[in-house]
Design a protein around this ligand. Structure first.
Ligand code: URA
Length: 212
């Protein structure tokens, strides 16, 4: 497993604004979209391409296009949806699956409640979108799910991570899973309620309000 922390002043400034409890949902969604552009630039560095010939108004030259089968983006419901639009703007060719995961707030155990994706992900690079890498339980569930369906490479894109969650992934994710996590920042710790500290609170609520 590889961990890539994007240390960039633009990311840092946007994360700072996300953390502010007075940042509105409208602005929060805007910032999440801007951040995913920066994170996705790095996260998609290893997507597979094939050479093609392109004819310009002047001559013919070689270029590339994304290889088939195209990557699949997998937002984890519900907070991952806040990163989906930005990801699709960067890589509009991608297909989209969905995975619903919920955490028991007492035991912090993660269960999945919805799954829409192909039964066969052979030769596909899968991009999991989940803003908060807290205990790591959700990412392990998601990575194991797509690995079982034969995804060739898995990259998770998160906004913030807790050191405990990263350690949990390192210890518990099977070594044969080709897994990379790209994050904008690693915070101090998890609190007893499983929230990242200093964090930004409940990412789903901050993005969409508390109705869901
Ligand atoms: N999920 C969140 O939305 N926030 C946290 O701090 C941890 C998990």
């Amino acid at each position: 497993m590889r961990v890539i922390e994007i240390k960039h002043p633009l990311c840092h400034a946007k994360v700072t604004e996300l953390r502010d409890k007075n940042t509105s949902s409208v602005r929060f969604r805007q910032l999440a979209e801007e951040l995913i552009y920066l994170l996705a630039y790095e996260a998609t560095r290893e997507i597979e391409v094939v050479e093609i010939t392109v004819t310009t108004p002047v001559t013919t030259t070689q270029g590339v296009e994304i290889k088939q089968p195209v990557p699949m983006v997998l937002p984890i419901l519900r907070a991952g949806l806040g990163l989906l639009d930005g990801m699709l703007k960067i890589m509009p060719q991608a297909e989209v699956g969905f995975l619903g995961a919920v955490r028991n707030e007492e035991t912090l155990e993660v269960t999945t409640y919805a799954q829409r994706m192909p039964n066969d992900l052979s030769n596909r690079h899968v991009f999991i979108l989940d803003p908060m890498l807290a205990t790591g339980g959700t990412l392990i569930k998601a990575a194991e799910t797509v690995h079982k369906l034969k995804a060739s490479k898995i990259t998770a894109i998160c906004l913030l991570a807790a050191p405990e969650g990263i350690e949990h992934l390192k210890k518990n994710l099977a070594a044969d899973i080709d897994f990379t996590v790209v994050i904008a920042g690693v915070d101090e710790k998890l609190n007893e309620k499983g929230y990242i500290v200093p964090g930004l609170g409940d990412a789903g609520d901050r993005l969409f309000g508390s109705a869901g």
